[in-house]
Ligand binder design. Structure first.
Ligand code: NAP
Length: 322
């Protein structure tokens, strides 16, 4: 039975990844900060799942866990994953998103090289490493030039993965573009929109406040991105892979799709732009070219933009009806 270790198992991607690995017969170990995490709750307690309660910033605990679990595959997903949050706490963002990943790389390297147990590691890198990219769409060769503490922390981990790869570790960076699902918390704009639209349609909320409605993002379906990470882990050769749909939409497009799902075509009076929600530096457009992932990993996205938005709105309507 192959063994996988997931940091960030209680997050959006970690929970989908755990489900996918368990369904394929893996023994899954996950790091959680507190028991009873919401997304994990749906997994039940299969024998093949072991949760380890620790804060990744606790010195030595992660390294000990890698030695104890002896994973075949490691998925480094834990992060302060919000750009907005990273501006409020840049130091901690650097520690969790950067240093913790390097500690994981070192522990995996030690298990591989010193203890003869081959480990494959996937790091959840981010389109935010490219900052205000001059080139669109971005590829694996686009210059790394982050414009937020989040992007800088991901860039450090991304580049460190390359350093350990050069030393022989099978480690891949999946450069993930925005991917969404009903498991996104409302602190992210997409879920804030779909949850608000559901409440507005039910007469429970008057309107919503957002930041820049013109920001363009390349949005995909989270389980597709988890599938890409699994393909990267099992690929013959490690590498950097852009994981994106190759189609971008504005926040305004997202609002159109969400409101139209509940029969509202003119939402202009329901949405207010609040400068407090505008990022200090906001990449105007993120658009990824996933040709390499398509060719090398055989990966393609399966869910288009409007289906993604509709699934999220439908889920939020169901929550209200429950
Ligand atoms: P998420 O839902 O925010 O999950 C992050 C996870 O990290 C949570 O389980 C969180 O645990 C855990 N974590 C944070 N700090 C920790 C600490 N000190 N110790 C232990 N666990 C800690 O993120 P996601 O959307 O699933 O994203 C997964 C990864 O992909 C992240 O690295 C993210 O940066 C990256 N990524 C995501 C996107 C996207 O669009 N979703 C795009 C690009 C890159 P708690 O629940 O205890 O906070």
């Amino acid at each position: 039975m192959p063994v996988a270790l997931i940091t960030g198992i209680s997050g959006q991607d970690g929970s989908y990844l755990a489900e996918s690995l368990l369904a394929d017969g893996y023994q899954v170990h996950g790091v959680v900060r507190s028991p009873g995490e919401e997304n994990i709750g749906g997994l039940g307690a299969p024998d093949a799942l072991t949760l380890h309660t620790l804060d990744l910033l606790e010195p030595g605990r992660l390294e000990d866990l890698v030695t104890e679990v002896r994973p075949d595959e490691v998925y480094s997903l834990a992060a302060i994953s919000s750009v907005f949050e990273s501006w409020k706490n840049p130091v901690r963002t650097g520690e969790v998103n950067g240093q913790v990943v390097v500690r994981l790389l070192e522990a995996a390297q030690r298990l591989s090289a010193d203890h003869g147990h081959p480990v494959r590691l996937v790091h959840a890198s981010s389109a935010e490493i490219f900052g205000q990219a001059a080139q669109s769409p971005q590829t694996e060769s686009t210059p790394i030039a982050p414009t937020s503490p989040y992007g800088a922390s991901k860039a450090y981990a991304h580049l460190s993965a390359g350093v350990f790869r050069a030393r022989g570790l099978h480690v891949s960076n999946c450069v993930l573009y925005n991917h969404e699902s009903p498991r996104r918390p409302e602190t992210f704009v997409t879920r804030k929109i779909t949850a608000s639209v559901a409440r507005i349609s039910a007469g429970l909320q008057d309107g919503l406040e957002l930041g820049n409605l013109d920001a363009r993002r390349d949005w995909g379906w989270a389980p597709d991105y988890v599938a890409a990470m699994r393909l990267a882990a099992t690929a013959p050769e490690p590498g950097d892979f852009i994981i994106a749909t190759g189609v971008s939409h504005t926040i305004g497009d997202f609002l159109d799709a969400a409101f139209s799902r509940v029969g509202i075509t003119d939402w202009s009076g329901l949405v207010t732009v609040n400068p407090a929600f505008v990022r200090p530096v906001d990449p105007a457009e993120q658009l990824g070219d996933a040709s390499k992932a398509h060719t090398v990993l055989g990966w393609s996205p399966t869910v288009d933009f409007s289906t993604l938005v509709h699934r999220m709105v439908d889920h939020d309507l169901q929550l209200l009806a429950a």
